[in-house]
Design a binder for this molecule. Structure first.
Ligand code: NAP
Length: 516
């Protein structure tokens, strides 16, 4: 049995202690094991602080961008191998695996290009120069400077490639060395990526801890940062971790999200905007078996279209083949772990007590091409409610699987925004309308509750990637329940890894410092 090694302080080592199995969620076959401890994490932090920080300090943005470009190329070169690992270890269909792996490569390429644009400087200007004296001679300029510390990345199980790459791209371009910890259950893809990346990066710039976090966070000190993606209960543990509290360690959290999709009162289901809405809801329910932090969990439609929407979603979902994700005819695989399957089933039971059945019952299915009784499968489940705002199981719990609930409303934009707000903060919500006044009322009231608002309409329908796709150029993160974090968003993604400093002095000196 393969024992996965971590890459720490310049060497690959398997650690020691008891072992945890990584399984194929389709067959429950054990694919590899990880040891749960025995790593010298103090040495890993020292290696990052010394070798890693030194290497990155000596590089311009453009040079760091060149490194990121090489990582993207390495992914392209090993794409088929990575896809096979994601199918086996993540229960991904080929399409799901590409979404994760290509998403990682695209994000690295985006930041490689940004590095080229930022050029040979080492400080980033933040806004325009400001006159602070009696004359223009005395000026002010805000800048972003590289932080002197280690960036610790803790990732969720659902995007082992993209999660690693999107955090790595921003940290490296900003100039911080990284210790990355993938979720244990699906670590095979991240492990292979680290093997591919290691020869392409200077020593100490990227280290990988495979297996449980153990005492990882106990080594944090002032200047370090932690970027976490995962569930809200783990996020709570991190927020109160003694080292994070003691040293004021910067912490970014991407957690649960009850994303909503809202159909505007002007949209017919047969229109381009209507077709886009239906396609987005069904894709988000079933892509990656609904295990996307950006997936649509709550659907709100005008009363007049409520029955038609339920029926249209039911029809589309019913045709989706579920089973062994390595088969070409299968469009939805299993959930990633037995624990996720049990959580999703519990979530369906909670919803069932407060909503009406549309499709899928309790999620029981007979998957195609899978040995009887094997695999962590739950079929797509659609529920409905005529009182969506009052439905606590819908608005208070994220069911991290192929489950959506359709609610009815009057069509009022204020109500639609209040429904977004009822999720207590989300990563993304979407509204589909060609009525600009309705959209303006909705956006003004919903924006404080969402990291991103996706505005579906007839005019953009043919170019739309859907709300579930996170773009490197746009912010990813959300307020409240979603963790209050911010990642990506182009150059903004670097700021978490940098310190903003206000410079005050001779305006011509300030100008020269930011390359003016
Ligand atoms: P999780 O159980 O919170 O685990 C997330 C990561 O935290 C894993 O790497 C896990 O390691 C690690 N971890 C667990 N306990 C820790 C501790 N005490 N100290 C340090 N690290 C610790 O979440 P998950 O089950 O992987 O992911 C599902 C959740 O993530 C969902 O609720 C979903 O909403 C959320 N999610 C959010 C986003 C987003 O961008 N906002 C994206 C994807 C998923 P082990 O695997 O070794 O336990």
């Amino acid at each position: 049995m393969q024992l996965l090694a971590s890459y720490l302080h310049g060497t690959w080592s398997t650690g020691s202690g008891s072992r945890t199995a990584l399984v194929n969620p389709t067959t429950e076959e054990v694919l590899a094991e990880v040891s749960t401890g025995g790593h010298d994490l103090a040495a890993a932090f020292a290696h990052a602080r010394e070798a890693g920080a030194r290497e990155l300090a000596g590089m311009t943005f453009a040079q760091r961008g060149t490194l990121l470009g090489a990582l993207a190329k390495a992914i392209h070169g090993a794409r088929e191998e990575l896809i096979a690992l994601a199918v086996a270890n993540g229960g991904n269909t080929r399409g799901d695996a590409k979404f994760d792996i290509d998403g990682g490569a695209v994000t690295l390429s985006y930041y490689a290009e940004l590095g080229g644009k930022l050029g040979t400087g080492t400080l980033l200007a933040d806004g325009e120069p400001i006159q602070v004296g009696r004359t223009a001679r005395m000026g002010g300029q805000h800048v972003w400077a590289r932080r002197r510390g280690v960036a610790v990345h803790v990732n969720a199980f659902n995007f082992p490639a993209w999660g690693l790459c999107e955090k790595l791209a921003c940290a490296l371009l900003a100039g911080m060395p990284v210790i990355s910890k993938p979720a244990t259950a699906t670590a095979l893809v991240a492990h292979r990526l680290a093997q591919l990346f290691e020869p392409l990066l200077p020593k100490g710039v990227l280290q990988l801890l495979i297996g449980p976090a153990g005492s990882l966070l106990d080594h944090l000190r002032a200047g370090d940062v932690v970027a976490f993606t995962g569930g809200s209960s783990t996020a709570r543990t991190l927020r109160t971790h003694p080292k994070i509290v003691e040293h004021g360690v910067r912490l970014n959290i991407e957690a649960d999200s009850l994303n909503a999709a809202i159909l505007g009162p002007d949209v017919d289901l047969g229109s381009e905007a209507g077709a886009l809405f239906l396609a987005d809801v069904v894709r988000d329910m079933t892509q990656k078996t609904g295990q996307k932090c950006t997936a649509i969990r709550r659907v709100l439609v005008p009363e007049a279209r409520f029955k038609d929407v339920c029926e249209a979603i039911r029809e589309r979902v019913a045709t989706i083949a579920i089973g062994d994700p390595s088969r070409e005819d299968v469009r939805m695989g299993p959930l990633a772990t037995a624990a996720q399957r049990d959580d999703v089933r519990a979530g369906i039971a909670r919803l069932a007590a407060a909503t009406e059945a549309v499709h899928g019952g309790t999620g029981d299915i007979t998957p195609v091409g899978v040995p009887a009784g094997k695999g962590f499968f739950v079929g797509p489940v659609v529920r409905s409610t005529t009182s969506p705002m009052d439905c606590a199981p819908l608005n208070d719990h994220e069911v991290f699987g192929p489950v959506s609930t359709v609610g009815a409303y009057s069509g009022d934009a204020g109500f639609a925004a209040a429904f977004v707000a009822r999720g207590d903060g989300c990563l993304v919500s979407s509204a589909y309308s060609d009525d600009r006044d309705w959209v303006a009322s909705f956006v003004g009231a919903a924006a404080p509750w969402a990291g991103r608002l996706y505005l579906g309409s007839s005019k953009m329908a043919s170019q739309s990637p859907g709300p579930g796709t996170v773009l490197p150029s746009l912010l990813h993160g959300g307020p409240g329940r979603a963790g209050g974090g911010e990642e990506l968003g182009g150059e903004r993604g670097l700021h978490f890894y940098m310190q903003r400093c206000a410079l005050e002095g001779d305006a011509s000196v300030l100008k020269s410092l930011v390359g003016g």
